[in-house]
Ligand binder design. Structure first.
Ligand SMILES: NC(=O)c1ccc[n+]([C@@H]2O[C@H](COP(=O)([O-])OP(=O)(O)OC[C@H]3O[C@@H](n4cnc5c(N)ncnc54)[C@H](OP(=O)(O)O)[C@@H]3O)[C@@H](O)[C@H]2O)c1
Length: 197
């Protein structure tokens, strides 16, 4: 399959590329470091990405940012930025891509475990991740031509914890998380939230 991978330069994106590239053609995209550039928060940039990317069988997004901060700290701009980037950015990937993907193609988006297990100061992240779960369940029912859409909901990644000077044992190795993206891409499910058992 020919797969557009957004966030290809990130911790999770690099592992997804390593997992899938022996079996598929990866078209890497990211905000600034990959050959194809896109800003998830800018709908026109997503449309331009699809024009550049050429024919696609699948889209995987391992990108998207929402703002940390306690409820009383998050102002209008912080909420707007969180919704525009990780939530609407990924919804727009599906909206603008659904007429372009080949028959029975798939979208795999990224949420996160804070949807179900928030910690103090993660309310915007928890909100966005939970909304993405609702989106894939609903969109799966509406997509035409056998298209599928799923969400991977990663736990803390060991490599991310290590990079932040925290105990990697509290997280999951990124290679195991990459396998969830492969299951979404190569399995037959739609409207599914993939997380670690
Ligand atoms: N790592 C974790 O522990 C963890 C846990 C749960 C959920 N997640 C979620 O998984 C996703 C990826 O996390 P990660 O740790 O792999 O992130 P990361 O290492 O910081 O990498 C982020 C990737 O997204 C790209 N990117 C950043 N802003 C973008 C934008 N506005 N438009 C398009 N691409 C953009 C970056 O591109 P450039 O390199 O070009 O800037 C990079 O490829 C995020 O949504 C995160 O919330 C991560």
């Amino acid at each position: 399959m020919r797969i557009l991978l957004i966030g290809a330069t990130g911790t999770i994106g690099r592992a997804v590329a390593a997992e899938l590239s022996p079996r598929h053609e990866i078209v890497p995209a990211s905000r600034s470091r990959a050959a194809l550039k896109v800003d998830l928060a800018d709908p026109e940039s997503i449309r331009a990405l699809y024009r550049e990317a050429g024919p696609l069988d699948a889209v995987i997004c391992a990108a998207g940012r929402s703002r940390p901060g306690a409820l009383e700290m998050l102002d209008d701009a912080a909420w707007s930025a969180s919704l525009a980037n990780k939530l609407m950015g990924q919804i727009n990937l599906v909206r603008f891509g659904m007429d372009l993907l080949s028959e029975r193609g798939s979208f795999t988006l990224t949420g996160g475990m804070l949807a179900h297990d928030p910690s103090p100061g993660s309310v915007a992240i928890a909100t966005v991740n939970a909304a993405l779960e609702g989106f894939v369940r609903g969109a799966a029912l509406d997509l035409p031509r056998g298209l599928r859409v799923n969400l991977v909901s990663p736990p803390w990644v060991s490599e991310t914890l290590l990079a932040r000077g925290m105990d990697p044992e509290l997280g999951t190795p990124v290679a195991q998380i990459a396998a969830l993206y492969a299951a979404s891409l190569e399995g037959g499910s739609s409207g599914t939230v993939f997380d670690m058992p």
